[in-house]
Design a protein around this ligand. Structure first.
Ligand code: 5GP
Length: 197
């Protein structure tokens, strides 16, 4: 089916620990007109995480029901938990012409790109593997075994970076956020030019 939604979709993806969440939060502060999709997950909330703000926290059966009804634009199992983008919320925003940001893992990014070929893929890469390990350890929210699993997966995820539309190396949050904002702005500018033409 053709991809007919008027609002643009930007997918911010990359390995866990690359700093996608921090960059996306900083982007939202700079560009509050963007709409950030709140994912559903079966993972338990971390301290300080709020229902409906960081995630929609669901029991495994609730997640399964939505999945069975095709309610996810994409979904994936990441590090033993399920995560999904709620289709109706995203489609409502794109139908209204709003620019949507999805912060999701590379498996989900691939699924969205298949169903919405006009979506723009932005890969957030850590400056180095050692830095990725340091960030995951500093975050303190994963056990040593979980950190090893995430690092193992990151090796495979880093290899797909060159299939994305853009790659941002997150060695400096301010600079990386500016790059992300530039990408979004330049697409908006291009759309205005296309409409005029
Ligand atoms: P965390 O548990 O650390 O919040 O997230 C783990 C991973 O799941 C991160 O890479 C994050 O980007 C990804 N993630 C969050 N929401 C979604 C989603 O809706 N779909 C997919 N595919 N991945 C997600």
């Amino acid at each position: 089916m053709p991809d007919q939604h008027p609002g643009e979709v930007f997918i911010v993806s990359g390995p866990s620990g690359a700093g996608k969440g921090t960059l996306v939060q900083a982007l939202m502060q700079r560009m509050p007109d963007l709409w950030l999709s709140i994912s559903a997950t079966t993972r338990a909330p971390r301290p300080g995480e709020k229902e409906g703000v960081h995630y929609v926290f669901l029991a495994a059966e609730e997640f399964e029901c939505i999945r069975a009804e095709d309610g996810f634009l994409e979904w994936a199992e990441v590090h033993g938990n399920r995560y999904g983008t709620l289709r109706s919320a995203v489609e409502q925003r794109t139908d209204a012409g709003q620019t949507v940001i999805l912060e999701i893992d590379p498996q989900g990014a691939e699924q969205v790109k298949r169903t919405m070929p006009s979506a723009t893929l932005v890969f957030i890469a850590p400056p180095s593997f050692a830095e990725l390990r340091r960030r995951l350890e500093k975050r303190g929210s994963e056990t040593p075994e979980q950190i090893e699993r995430r690092l193992h997966r990151a090796v495979a995820e880093l290899k797909i970076a060159d299939t994305y539309d853009y790659v941002i190396i997150n060695d400096d949050v301010t600079r990386a956020t500016e790059e992300l904002a530039c990408i979004v702005r330049s697409h908006a500018q291009q759309r205005i030019t296309d409409v005029k033409d």
